[in-house]
Design a protein around this ligand. Structure first.
Ligand code: GLA
Length: 376
């Protein structure tokens, strides 16, 4: 990918580009908890975005999306917002850097990616983090890493229509090889957890049902949580108990009740998983993963038939844990599988999924990798 990006940059804009990269992410557990002030447990993966960039001494940006074969050109003022949705991510990052006082100039850039789009692995966060990190580095803006993550998040909010939490951009910027990260999204404290479950593998099965969070029910889920928090008189759902929720049941809609029930349960599950990991108790980790899946499916209603099917097949095969990963509405399941079961599980899942839906799920082995960086 690096070579292709550099070669295309040379063809279009000449020499002297510097390469930057940022990864997509997985999340072991803690879904839809980030914007509720709760915990998440993500890690960066070995798939992401690579971009070649060179400042061009003008106030214009020329960007080329290698995988799409499309070019966009835009200025750095608010009214210059480009039409192509992919270019809006880059534009948004530029604007958000500027809003934080970063003095950036125009640049030429080519980028490509190998995070599957719409698979729930945060291809858009990888794109945002790449440019936030690169502009900060090239223009010496002196922005810290948390703020780089927030630049990506604000880009989603202000230029892409998704009221996302901070998990994806945080994971992309802060990722560390071999480590998951537990982030408290209220205090923003985090810790690296070396993750090397002896005898188990983490694997993603991509249903290839494309999810699209823009203008989607994602924002509605967040709004439900905010309504319930308000009724509870809290800033976030984080910290609320089931007893508190039950006490306000008649003041909220049935739907909002179910959404909040899921979030409150998920907070407990993340903490359980952390404790279980410290004991090396992967059976408990796996059980919580299944509970998350069915909570997301029945209460939060962000699953789909194909993902429910994949979780069921996993359970029938004796897989330790399986659940829908990311925002939902399509994408992947994340599976914690004992090594000796791995081949049989993958073969069975492919065969049964193909028999039912006409195509095999895509299989991605998870390799936990580093976050945003400048490439030599
Ligand atoms: C998407 C959002 C994240 C998070 C997850 C669900 O990936 O971008 O902020 O809310 O969904 O956990």
């Amino acid at each position: 990918m690096k070579e292709r990006v550099i070669q295309k940059f040379g063809e279009l804009y000449g020499d002297g580009a510097i390469l930057f990269a940022s990864p997509g992410r997985i999340n072991l557990i803690g879904e839809h908890t980030d914007y509720n002030g709760g915990f998440v447990f993500p890690g960066a993966v070995d798939k992401g975005i690579v971009a070649a960039i060179r400042l061009n001494g003008t106030d214009k940006v020329r960007a080329y999306a290698l995988d799409l074969g499309e070019e966009a050109e835009f200025g750095l003022a608010e009214e210059d917002k480009p039409a192509q949705s992919w270019a809006r991510y880059i534009f948004g990052v530029c604007r958000e850097v500027q809003k934080r006082g970063g003095r950036i100039g125009g640049f030429d850039t080519v980028f490509a990616g190998d995070v599957p789009l719409g698979a729930g692995m945060s291809s858009s966060a990888a794109l945002e983090s790449t440019y936030a990190f690169a502009l900060n580095d090239l223009c010496g803006c002196g922005i810290d890493k948390f703020e780089l993550a927030r630049i990506g998040q604000s880009t989603e909010h202000n230029y892409c229509g998704v009221n996302c939490g901070i998990m994806d951009q945080f994971a992309s910027v802060f990722g560390k090889k071999g480590c998951l990260m537990r982030l408290d999204c209220r205090s923003m404290e985090f810790a690296y957890f070396p993750f090397d479950p002896k005898g188990y593998k983490l694997v993603l099965l991509d249903s290839r049902v494309k999810h699209e969070l823009v203008g989607s029910p994602y924002n509605d889920r967040r709004a439900s949580c905010e309504r319930v928090s308000q009724v509870l008189g809290q800033e976030f759902l984080r910290g609320a108990t089931m007893e508190q929720l039950d006490a306000v049941k008649d003041r909220i809609s049935e739907e909002d009740y179910k959404r909040a029930r899921y979030v409150i349960g998920e907070e407990r599950r993340v903490l359980d998983v952390c404790e279980a990991l410290e004991r090396g108790d992967y059976e408990t980790v796996g059980k919580r993963m299944y509970e998350t899946h069915w909570g997301m499916s029945k209460d939060y209603e962000v699953s789909c038939e194909e993902l429910d099917f994949l979780a069921e097949v996993a359970e029938e095969c004796g897989v330790t844990g399986s659940r829908i990963m990311g925002g939902g509405f399509g994408g992947c399941t994340i599976n914690l599988v004992r090594e000796e079961l791995y081949d049989r599980f993958i073969a069975t899942a492919k065969e049964r999924f193909a028999a039912k839906y006409g195509h095999e799920p895509e299989v991605y082995d998870v390799v936990i990798s580093d976050g945003s960086r400048r490439l030599e």
